[in-house]
Design a protein around this ligand. Structure first.
Ligand code: AMP
Length: 433
């Protein structure tokens, strides 16, 4: 730059750096999700971050996510590709490509990109965790899937999450309902907002999603999907609700909860958090779909899944005051009052023995190194000076808990890891904290 100053770069709009301790909290969230779904027999799938553009177009030609918000471009070979805006499309594409045995029960965690207008809880790059199951039509699977998400929110300590459920019926019920809605909204078009009039042209179901106050009255009195459900769809939904009752998942039936994609059918659900602003209060959603596998060139296969928004879940946890960042303290801090050789070698051997250890680079006085040890939150300090070297020992100093009464003692260099392990074991047995 002409004034000799370098341009200082910032992360792109709508994209964020996640630093500690928030990064540790995100990792813990994903790990907790992984454990929860493993209990129900789900295995992890890791689809690519980019796919051919058409893979995403197949899922949502009528959605903003696909028509307006996708990061799509030509790569160097001229192939039209896109950064994924969601994971279902890639997972179903993978199913069709590999033809695993059904039922195929998978979970995922990953980043998506949507060119949205950024605001709190709405980013251009955000993470989701989710599951998909292919090859099962049974309503009890709907219960399993919904209960998994519900249990996960509860395990994070979230109490202000509500589950909304609905049924969109079979494909033909849905088509009849869409026609019914179109007729109704067209007849009352003058009272609709301009944006909703536009939506109506593309997909009448989506008009029900409008949160604009001027649309509210018309939406409230719109035809209800339940009046269009066939007996088989009604039975399926009844069994889902009965199952949710039976496993203790609380829900609200929300007749206006629709998913705009053509592939959705029967059960659809959303989790909203009352601790977030209404415009961005969805912390997750999902439902049954069919036809997606066929659209990707595969056999007709039933599917169901959900995606939960990691960023929003963490915001909701913040406002509920739950799921704090995990402590990242090391066990041992090595203080070297000589030339640093001992800090280098001792931290190495402690880590090799599975004991977390930290040190300060650049040495310094005992006082300043003790300060660093304090700041690190380490449980024990090991101090090495000339005296210790002389008798091949280290000074062991407890820093936290009941041991931190200032008593320190010498231990032999070769007993260090054994001694620390012993103390940690005492800890896990709960006889000392
Ligand atoms: P969807 O794939 O649109 O059904 O989104 C599933 C979940 O992902 C939502 O309930 C949100 O929690 C989250 N989500 C969707 N879009 C965004 C975004 N732009 N920023 C942050 N989270 C999002």
């Amino acid at each position: 730059m002409s004034d000799g100053k370098r341009h200082q770069y910032k992360a792109l709009r709508g994209m964020r750096d996640v630093l500690a301790p928030e990064s540790a909290r995100r990792r813990l969230l994903v790990d907790s999700f992984a454990s929860a779904v493993a209990l129900a027999g789900y295995s992890e799938v890791v689809p690519p971050l980019v796919e051919e553009l058409d893979v995403f177009r197949r899922v949502g030609e009528a959605t903003d996510v696909v028509t307006k918000e996708m990061y799509d471009f030509e790569d160097r070979d001229g192939t039209r590709i896109a950064l994924r805006p969601e994971l279902t499309a890639g997972v179903v594409r993978a199913f069709v490509q590999h033809r695993p045995q059904v039922p195929w029960k998978v979970w995922y965690a990953g980043t998506n990109f949507r060119h949205e207008r950024p605001q709190k809880g709405r980013y251009r790059m955000f993470d989701q965790v989710g599951v998909e199951v292919l090859g099962v039509d049974d309503p009890d699977l709907d219960v399993e899937v919904i209960a998994l998400a519900d249990g996960f929110f509860k395990s994070l300590g979230m109490q202000q999450v509500r589950l909304l459920v609905n049924s969109l019926g079979e494909h033909s019920d849905r088509a009849a309902y869409t026609d019914g809605l179109r007729e109704y909204f067209e007849a009352n078009c003058d009272s609709l907002s301009e944006a909703s009039r536009e939506t109506l042209k593309r997909n009448p179901l989506r008009v029900l999603d409008s949160k604009r106050p001027e649309d509210k009255v018309l939406i409230d009195t719109a035809p209800k999907v339940e009046d269009f459900l066939s007996p088989s769809a009604k039975d399926h939904f009844a069994r889902v609700l009965e199952g949710l009752d039976s496993v203790g998942v609380t829900y609200e039936v929300a007749p206006q909860l629709v998913r705009g994609l053509d592939y959705y059918r029967r059960t659809t659900f959303e989790f909203v958090s009352d601790s977030l602003d209404a415009a961005q209060n969805a912390v997750g959603g999902g439902g049954r779909y069919d036809g997606l596998s066929e659209a990707m060139g595969g056999p007709p296969t039933d599917g169901i899944g959900f995606a939960l928004g990691v960023d929003r879940i963490l915001l909701a946890c913040d406002s509920e005051g739950t799921f704090a960042a995990p402590q990242a303290n090391v066990t041992v801090f090595v203080i070297d009052l000589t030339d640093g050789t001992h800090a280098r070698d001792l931290t190495h051997s402690l880590r090799a023995a599975g004991i977390s250890a930290e040190r300060r680079f650049g040495g310094g006085s005992l006082k300043s190194q003790m300060k660093s040890a304090d700041r690190s939150g380490a449980r024990f300090a090991l101090i090495v000076g000339e005296d210790e070297i002389a008798d091949d020992s280290v000074t062991f100093r407890p820093m936290l808990g009941i041991e931190s009464d200032g008593t320190q003692r010498r231990i032999n260099t070769e007993s260090i890891t054994g001694e620390i392990r012993r103390l940690l074991e005492v800890d896990t047995e709960g006889t000392s904290k």
